[in-house]
Structure formats: structure tokens, C-alpha cells
Design a protein around this ligand. Structure first.
Ligand SMILES: Nc1ncnc2c1ncn2[C@@H]1O[C@H](COP(=O)(O)OS(=O)(=O)O)[C@@H](OP(=O)(O)O)[C@H]1O
Length: 853
């Protein structure tokens, strides 16, 4: 050390002392100068603690329960990444850029037809922008947020904070702040303290004036109450309404957040799987009243397990024990509130986060074990098969409007039974779903071309949560699940193994054996139309009836050649009809355009009924079958797609419907890339009924499949719902919607109630016509309720031709499902439904309907 000091050398020389002194002095001064300079630099860039990157965002909540944060402006040299309004967040990066998107704007000037006008033209921050059905003035949940309809992702090396979304009339922000490494290593540290309300099972729920569209909600209640608003000091997302300060005093969810009698709900029981009272009816179609053959649960859980490889029953049991020991019910309220934030966080982490970060985001958020009474458990999961190409060939499909009799009658069969107490829930499914849904945003983790995640060290922690989410101690002393905060290699094997097993075996088995997955029955080229007779009778019907298909509307032979096997087996009735009875009612003029509006979902929601009704509109031209372009046939290119479309003339809009788009990860980006002003319509239906309908469709093709009850559970004994089963997963609408919200403003998406489409089709059609910028031509005069069919059918305004009902593939008799299972599923979906209501600003009243059934 001394040798390095120059003064030592100098002093040992023979130089005069004065010189030596001066030289030493100058060296000292220089040294001092640089030291000071260095010190100054440190003061300028004190990067000691990642939490320093975050600063409270002013003006959100005086109580500080909202932990919205933003980057200190001088922290990074690069600008804070901020998502623009959904209008054009992702400039074209599509392999098939649309050459001619929509000449429709011309029509806008004429005041008819679709235009791009409803796409956000500015960076509006309001949530009810252009939807004619909703106005910004509408009351509803109001949750404070610094940013409306704007997302700001904040990240640092150790903390990720996400401010998420608003919806039409709901201003909200979800903030997720993840623990630092230190916090993870020392879980008992205060850093992972949940806000008092949350920790004690409370959440900062805002009582609101209710949804604008929910006049029938019980007084004093609002579905917004059931929307999970959690407030955590850290590790949380929270929402609160400045206009409902009382919420601070009482803000809890009870087991029935939506229909509880108190002002506020209390999350002190498992909203998903807790004991319920007498139940409540089956999810059978309320309008038909047809016989419902009993399909008893003939396959044991063990049998099912053997068929559906999953994580072991022992693991399930372990979870169960832990939960029981802690008295902790499963909970997906927290999950519901969380998955958006999680989704976004994962997405963000996928861009820049470390592997560990990715892992901690999910497992950390989803397994907050110190939350008494609201601990979600995630066991092993499987990947979903959504968007896969497994379409079961249809032997008896129909999509025509039958000639039937006229009457009006609505039946509403209801059953009830006691719902056994059970505090188990398998939310892993949701997590899997989330993981799956993150695929498109997680390119380095998922190979979207293949069925499973890439087997790289990077991917290993992505499916997260599964194995590593099993709590370490039932005592609650450990705040983190096994593997959390540990090295990647420590926690990885469990995750990797279980995930791989589930993914590669279980779902594949399901999807190939008894799964219809996302496919509906109207795949391009597949026969979903029946009754040539009915069709023949339709020819030449007056304007409001089904627009006769032009010859050009036929699927070109060249197109069908490349279609899937099952779709090649027979042509559609439409094709057949056009072959036999070529019509020239729509001459070969006009041009084929890419669709300006698409019914993107949901499968079994009532999409065919909607499209057929719309096709009665003279300004609508729609391809009769499902092109599946954005999920299965994308590589064929936009010209292929366009060529499928019917010709349109000025003032007409082109439409198609493919319900599986809604659950296809790539679809939002692809449609956005085609035309960002594309209008999207989603017909939604009670997810439980939808699932049964979905199952019924599969059952009609594959009678040998296990019962619904068997398929619905990962482990029925433990009450672990298998949301990886696509029939269930499709119904988590909020999850899927979020993907669309990355690309489209909500004002560009119309949600149609599948239930109201049956009970009041004219009203729904009015909404749709408004949304599409069409004249309100389809009205109640065009519908009648057909008792035989059990559904509304189109009637003729004049005495020509015949009324039309949808074919026999619509309105199948649902099998009778165990009421307990139905109840379990209702509880499972409830928080997701609530979130969906919040996101859309509409209460679809599924819970109310369930109570009444
Ligand atoms: N008017 C009318 N006629 C017949 N059926 C009607 C009608 N309106 C809505 N529905 C409901 O539509 C459900 C089928 O939904 P989809 O057309 O979206 O199914 S598919 O995804 O295209 O296969 C179908 O579901 P199931 O009853 O379970 O078969 C019907 O409930």
C-alpha cells in the first residue's frame, strides 16, 4: 500500500525537501478534487435502491392506499414507457398488411355504413367515447386513477409497478408493486405487509351507484362491490373511488359480493368454493324446458385423474391440507383483481425483466399467503388448447332458419340442491390461462407455433406458479410459496416437470379426444347448415330475410382444398344450395372487401343468431361460414380472406363471424394489423351455461366423452376446478378481453348479451345496428318466439316465404348437470364476471339470473 503512494517514493529520493513538499501538495490537491467530483456524481445518481425509482403518483388517494407510482423523471435516461390509448399501440407488424382496409370512411360522410369514425381519433381519456350505447355521463363504478384509459408500466430491476386499464365508464387503476429481493429473502419484513383491510380479508371496495345498465340490481348493491378492489401497501393493486370515501370505512367482500345485503361485501369466505346455501337451479337453458337426460358422474375422480395426467392427487391433497390448516379458502377475487396486473407485469417482464422477476411476479402476486381468508392457490397447470385446430367434424349441423310454428313461451327450469361446504378451489387453471394468454406477449417464453413452452432455462420459470406455488407452511409464517425468492434452479424443476406433464399430456389428450376446443360448428367449409328444404324456402325472401347468397359468396373450390380434414368432408349447405340453385339476386357487382366488422366471440354465445339477424339487413353482407382466418388460416394471407367475402356495394358493410377469435392470442394484433378501426362484436353469455352448451356440442359428436362433471374438475373431491378445460376457460371473459384491450379501445368493441338476444332480440339488434352505424331496420317486427324451437326466429313481414329458425345445432337440449357442480362453477366465475362487468361497464346480470333460476 505504502509503495503505491507516490509521496513515499519521493520522500525517499535525494530531491530537495521544498520541491518534494510542493509536489506532494499538488498531488494531494488533485486527489482531493477527484474525490469531490466522484462524490458529486454519486449524489446525482444514487442508484442504491430500486424503490427509489418509484415515487408516489400525486393526487390519487389521500389515504395513500393506492400505490400508483411513476418513475422519477430523472431516474432513467430513456423515457418512461407509456402505453398510448389503445388506438394504435402497435403499429403494423403484421405479415399481411392490408392493402385496402376499408374504403368505408366514404360512407361515414354519408352518414351510413361503417366508418373509422368510431375509432378513437384522439387521445381521449374518457371511457365512453364513441359508443352510442354508453355515455361518459353514465354513472358506474368510479375508481380514482391518475390516468384514464392509459397504462403506464413502470419497472425497475427489482420492482415492477403496473397501472392498468380503465374501461368504458370505469376509471380504475390496478397497481402492482412487487417485493424487492430483500423483501423476498426476508418475508417477515414489513415490506410485504398488506393493507390492513386486505390482510383481514377486507378490500377497499367502493360502493357505487351501480352499473348504468343494471337497474335491477338490488337496492344498495352494486356489482361493482364485487369487483375486487384490493389495497395493499405493496404487492398490490388497488382501486378506489374518490366519490365514495365511505368505502374506506367498510370495504369488504362477502361470500356473495354481488348480492350481499350489506353495503359492502366482505371477503371472509371463499367466493368461489365456499359453502353455499340452497342452490339454485341448473344452468340448463331457461328458454327451452326440454328434457334433460341425466348424465351422472360415472367416472370417478381417480379414473379421471388417470386419464388426465395432472399434478398428483397428493399435491392437491397437500394444498388442501394446508388450506384447511390455515382455514384459508381458495380465492380468486384477489386473483381476479390481480390477473390483469399480473398479465401486464408478466408482459412487461417479458420485455426486460429477469427470469427471476418473471417468476416472482406470478408466484409472488398469486400466493400472498399472509392474507388471511383470501389466499389463492395455484397448483399444477396445463396449457390451454384454445385456438387449436381440433374441430370435431359435424355430422348434424345446421344454421338455417327452420320453418316452424309461431308461439311464445319461455320456460325456465330450475333445480336446487344443497351445496356442500368446500373451501377448495383450483385457481391454477386461471394462472395457466394467464400464462397461456401471455404467450403472444411472451415470445421468448412460448413458441406459439408449438404446443408447449420452449424448453430453455428462460422458459422454465414462466409457467410459474404451478409447483412452486404450493405453500411452504400452513402456519402462514412463510409469506412466500416454496421456491419463491429462491434461486431459479431450486424452484424450477417442480414447475418444469409439472407443467410439462400437464401440458404435454393432459390437455393434448383432452383436446384430441373429447375437446372441441375453440371451434364452433361453422368452420369454413364445414357443414353447419342444415335443411336444404328450409333453405330452398328461403330463396327469394323479402329484404329483411337472409340476404340470398350470391354465387360469389360461395367458398371457392381453391380455398376449400387447403382446409382441415373435417371441413373438407362436406361442403356447407350454402355452397350446396348455391350449386343447385344458383341465384343472381345479388349480381356480380360491387367489390369484395375485408370485413369492417367481425363477430369475434364467444363460442356458443349466440353468434350465429346475431349474424343471421344482421344478414337480414340490406346494408350488411356477411360470409355465411366461419373463415377462421385470424386463428387458423392466417398464413393464407389477406387476399385469401378477402376473396371469401361477399361483394358489397356502397353503403354495405362486410362482416364475418368466427367465435374462436375472442380466445385466440394472436387475433387482436392480427385484426388490428388488418384494420385498426375494425369493429368488434362479442356475444357473451353466462359462462356456466356457455360451458354446458359447449360441452353439449362436443357430446353430440362424441357421446363417449366423460361427463361434464368429470371434465370440469381437476379433482372433484377437493373441488379443484379445471379451468384449463377450454369449455371453462373460454368463459373467463375478462381474461380474454384484456388481450383485445391492448389493441382496441373499448368503444370499438360491442358486447351483446347472449341472453337478451334470446329474450329480446330486437333490443340487442338495435344496439348492434347503432354500433355498426346502420339504420335500425331490424326491429321487433322481424322476430317471433317459436315455442317448438324454444328461441326467437325471424319472421317474414309479408306473407311470402317462411319464418326461419336456426337449425338443430342451435338450441340442443343440455344434459342435466349436477346442481352442485353448477353452483361451484358459478362461484368460480363470479369474480371474473364482476371484473368483466367492470371492464365493459355493463352488468350482464348473470348472477341475478342465477339467483332467479
Ligand atoms: N334465435 C336463436 N336460435 C337458436 N339459438 C339461439 C338463438 N339465439 C341465441 N341462441 C343461442 O345460440 C347458441 C349457439 O351459439 P353460437 O351460434 O354462438 O354457437 S357457435 O359457437 O357458432 O357454435 C345456442 O346455444 P345452445 O342452446 O346451447 O345450443 C342458443 O342458446
Amino acid at each position: 500500500m505504502a509503495r503505491c503512494w507516490p509521496g513515499t517514493i519521493l520522500f525517499s529520493s535525494k530531491a530537495p525537501r521544498k520541491l518534494v513538499f510542493l509536489f506532494t501538495l499538488s498531488l494531494s490537491v488533485t486527489y482531493l478534487f477527484y474525490s469531490l467530483l466522484n462524490c458529486y456524481s454519486s449524489l446525482q445518481f444514487p442508484l442504491q435502491d430500486a424503490s427509489d425509482f418509484l415515487q408516489a403518483e400525486p393526487g390519487i388517494s389521500p389515504t395513500g392506499t393506492i400505490r400508483s407510482a411513476s418513475l422519477k423523471p430523472d431516474t432513467f435516461s430513456r423515457p418512461v414507457p407509456s402505453l398510448p390509448a389503445a388506438r394504435d399501440p402497435h403499429p403494423a407488424r403484421d405479415p399481411h398488411p392490408a392493402r385496402d382496409t376499408h374504403p368505408a370512411p366514404a360512407r361515414a360522410a354519408e352518414g351510413k355504413g361503417i366508418t373509422g369514425s368510431t375509432a378513437p381519433q384522439s387521445n381521449q381519456t374518457g371511457t365512453n367515447r364513441s359508443s352510442k350505447q354508453r355515455s361518459p355521463e353514465q354513472p358506474g363504478i368510479s375508481v380514482s386513477s391518475a390516468d384514464q384509459n392509459q397504462r403506464t408500466f413502470l419497472e425497475s430491476d427489482q420492482k415492477i409497478s403496473t397501472v392498468l386499464r380503465t374501461s368504458r365508464n370505469v376509471k380504475s387503476s390496478h397497481v402492482l408493486s412487487l417485493p424487492t429481493q430483500t423483501e423476498r429473502d426476508n418475508p417477515s419484513a414489513s415490506s410485504l405487509q398488506f393493507a390492513p383491510g386486505f390482510q383481514s380479508g377486507n378490500s377497499n371496495i367502493q360502493p357505487t351507484s351501480g352499473f348504468p345498465s343494471s337497474p335491477n340490481l338490488e337496492a344498495g348493491h352494486s356489482d361493482s362491490d364485487s369487483v375486487p378492489h384490493t389495497s395493499l401497501e405493496k404487492f398490490s393493486f388497488s382501486e378506489r373511488s374518490p366519490i365514495h370515501p365511505v368505502a374506506e370505512k367498510s370495504s369488504t367482500l362477502d361470500s356473495d359480493p354481488i348480492h350481499s345485503t350489506g353495503k359492502f361485501s366482505t371477503l371472509d369466505s371463499d367466493p368461489i368454493a365456499s359453502a353455499g346455501g340452497g342452490v339454485v337451479g341448473s344452468a340448463d337453458r331457461g328458454a327451452s324446458g326440454r328434457a334433460t337426460p341425466n348424465t351422472s358422474d360415472s367416472v370417478s375422480d381417480q379414473q379421471k385423474s388417470s386419464r388426465i395426467p395432472s399434478h398428483s392427487a397428493a399435491q392437491d391433497l397437500e394444498i388442501h391440507k394446508v388450506q384447511t390448516a390455515k382455514g384459508i379458502p381458495g380465492d380468486n377475487v384477489a386473483l381476479t383483481a390481480g390477473f390483469s396486473a399480473i398479465h401486464a407485469s408478466v408482459r412487461k417482464a417479458s420485455i426486460s425483466g429477469s427470469t427471476e422477476q418473471k417468476s416472482s411476479i406470478l408466484s409472488g402476486v398469486l400466493i400472498p399467503q399472509n392474507i388471511s381468508g383470501s389466499v389463492p392457490f395455484y397448483s399444477t397447470g396445463t396449457e390451454t388448447t384454445l385456438g387449436s385446430n381440433h374441430t370435431i367434424p359435424t355430422a348434424q349441423t345446421s344454421d338455417t332458419w327452420d320453418r316452424t310454428t309461431n308461439s311464445t313461451s319461455y320456460d325456465s327450469p330450475a333445480q336446487s340442491s344443497a351445496f356442500p361446504a368446500d373451501n377448495q378451489l383450483d385457481s391454477s387453471n386461471v394462472l395457466r390461462s394467464e400464462s397461456a394468454n401471455s404467450r403472444s406477449h411472451f415470445p421468448q417464453l412460448f413458441d406459439t407455433k408449438s404446443e408447449g413452452p420452449k424448453r430453455t432455462s428462460e422458459t422454465s420459470t414462466s409457467p410459474v406458479l404451478l409447483g412452486s406455488s404450493i405453500p411452504e407452511s400452513p402456519s402462514g409464517s412463510n409469506l412466500f410459496p416454496k421456491g419463491f425468492g429462491k434461486s431459479e434452479s431450486e424452484s424450477l424443476p417442480i414447475t418444469e416437470t409439472l407443467y410439462a406433464a400437464d401440458y404435454n399430456q393432459k390437455d393434448t389428450t383432452k383436446s384430441t379426444t373429447w375437446e372441441t376446443t375453440s371451434s364452433s360448428e361453422e368452420t369454413l367449409g364445414s357443414p353447419d347448415l342444415e335443411g336444404d328444404e328450409a333453405y330452398k324456402s328461403m330463396r327469394g325472401l323479402s329484404y329483411w330475410d337472409r340476404t340470398p347468397l350470391a354465387v360469389t359468396e360461395m367458398i371457392p373450390e381453391s380455398h376449400t382444398g387447403a382446409l382441415e380434414k373435417e371441413t373438407q368432408e362436406s361442403s356447407t349447405a350454402e355452397e350446396e344450395l348455391n350449386r343447385r340453385f344458383p341465384v343472381n339476386s345479388t349480381p356480380e357487382y360491387g367489390e369484395k372487401k375485408l370485413p369492417q366488422a367481425i363477430i369475434i366471440g364467444v363460442k356458443k354465445g349466440g353468434t350465429r343468431a346475431l349474424l343471421e339477424a344482421l344478414r337480414a339487413h340490406p346494408d350488411v353482407r356477411a360470409v355465411g361460414v366461419e373463415p377462421h382466418f385470424f386463428d387458423r388460416n392466417y398464413e393464407k394471407g389477406l387476399e385469401w380472406y378477402r376473396d371469401l367475402m361477399p361483394r358489397t356495394i356502397d353503403g354495405q358493410i362486410t362482416m364475418e363471424k368466427t367465435p374462436s377469435y375472442f380466445v385466440t392470442n394472436e387475433a387482436p394484433q392480427r385484426i388490428h394489423s388488418m384494420a385498426k378501426d375494425t369493429k368488434l362484436i362479442v356475444v357473451v353469455r353466462n359462462p356456466v351455461t356457455r360451458a354446458i352448451s359447449d360441452y353439449t356440442q362436443t357430446l353430440s359428436k362424441k357421446p363417449e366423452i366423460p361427463t361434464f362433471e368429470v371434465l370440469a374438475f381437476k379433482n372433484r373431491t377437493l373441488g379443484l376446478i379445471d379451468a384449463s378445460w377450454s369449455a371453462l376457460r373460454i368463459g373467463i371473459y375478462a381474461l380474454h378481453l384484456e388481450s383485445w384491450m391492448q389493441y382496441f379501445p373499448l368503444s370499438q368493441i360491442l358486447f351483446v348479451s347472449g341472453e337478451r338476444l334470446i329474450t329480446n332480440p330486437a333490443e340487442e339488434l338495435a344496439k348492434v345496428q347503432d354500433f355498426l352505424g346502420l339504420r335500425r331496420i331490424i326491429t321487433e317486427k322481424h322476430f317471433y318466439f317459436n315455442k317448438t324451437k324454444g328461441f326467437p326466429c325471424l319472421k317474414k313481414p309479408e306473407d311470402t316465404g317462411a319464418p326461419r329458425c336456426l337449425g338443430k345445432s342451435k338450441g340442443r337440449t343440455h344434459p342435466k348437470i349436477d346442481p352442485d357442480v353448477i353452483q361451484r362453477l358459478r362461484k368460480f366465475y363470479k369474480p371474473f364476471n364482476s371484473m368483466f362487468y367492470q371492464m365493459t361497464g355493463e352488468d350482464f346480470q348473470w348472477e341475478k339470473e342465477e339467483l332467479e333460476s
